[in-house]
Design a protein around this ligand. Structure first.
Ligand SMILES: [Cu+2]
Length: 300
């Protein structure tokens, strides 16, 4: 009977590991002075970096609690949720940002199918809005809001599936222009990891600048930036009331998808851009035939 002996040895090993960890915890606990130097020559972190929004279903004592667990493809179906506060009760009082108490972003995990919605708040703290998606897949639902009791806005996210045959689409390559409904939107400016950067957009139609854009959500437009890979929701602030100018801050080098909502002739449209941080080249889309061999490295 070898297996029980091995298991017992393994269990003893675990005890030993935990024992060491507990000992280390005491050594570097709050009473220990001075702190040991960081291992492997790591730079001393000045402070824990802020976690980007949208990655968690609960944060800072608040929790996103969806009552609907599926999205419908085609015809919109009701979608309802609550934001639960630190006391476990639905939050009913919010501080308005960008003209609304809560902004709801719905986007498929491959960054396609973007929607920006404004649910209605019921007296009991239940938010509801009809949602229909064009294609099946796993969707990210992001709620951007500021409880009245809090000094800052918060973005919580939850995955919600739309049942059916999911065909992921590759992210379009980085580009400076986007076309939507006959409008051409041009992006000027670059994202910089860990720094605030200016992003300016101009809209033209039939080769002529559109100069009569209409106010939307307290500015001339609304910009959302999501990180490829985990759909982190980035902080973007309007920098002007008279131009499509924004200050964006992204936490890490990489590829992002920008969604610019603008209103013209009474209709809101979304222009989408893939953007990379300065110095980062978007990796080519993987091909089915990619593999070993280019360097002569083979497996038998
Ligand atoms: Cu909104």
């Amino acid at each position: 009977m070898r297996t029980p002996v091995r298991l017992a040895t393994f269990a003893l090993g675990l005890v030993a590991v935990f024992g060491v960890a507990a000992g280390a915890g005491r050594l570097i606990g709050p009473d220990a002075q001075p702190e040991p130097p960081p291992a492997h020559g790591e730079a001393h972190a000045p402070a824990a970096p802020e976690i980007p929004g949208g990655l968690q279903i609960a944060q800072g004592g608040y929790r996103l609690s969806p009552a609907t667990t599926r999205l419908t493809v085609g015809e919109p179906g009701p979608f309802a949720f609550q934001v639960l506060g630190p006391d476990g009760k639905p939050v009913t009082a919010y501080t308005r940002n960008h003209d609304k108490d809560l902004h709801l972003i719905v986007v498929r995990r491959d960054l396609s199918g973007y929607q920006h919605l404004h649910p209605a708040l019921g007296a009991d703290g239940t938010w509801s809005v009809p949602i229909g998606v064009d294609t099946p897949g796993q969707y990210r639902v992001l709620a951007d809001f500021q409880p009245a009791a809090e000094p800052e806005a918060l973005t919580l996210g939850v995955d919600v599936p739309a049942a059916g045959d999911y065909q992921p689409v590759p992210l379009p390559p980085a580009a400076r222009t986007a076309e939507i409904d006959g409008y051409t939107v041009t992006l000027d400016g670059d994202l910089a990891a860990g720094a605030s950067s200016a992003l300016d957009f101009t809209v033209s139609r039939d080769g002529k600048p559109v100069t009569d854009l209409e106010p939307y959500l307290g500015a001339l437009g609304h910009l959302v930036a999501l990180r490829e890979g985990d759909l982190a929701y980035l902080h973007v602030h309007p920098a002007s009331e008279t131009a499509l100018s924004f200050q964006a801050e992204v936490p890490s080098p990489g590829v992002y998808r920008l969604y610019l909502d603008f209103q013209h002739a009474g209709k809101v449209r979304t222009a989408e851009f893939t953007a990379t941080t300065t110095g980062v080249t978007q990796p080519p889309a993987p091909t089915e035939t990619a593999g070993h061999g280019a360097d002569g490295h083979t497996h038998d």
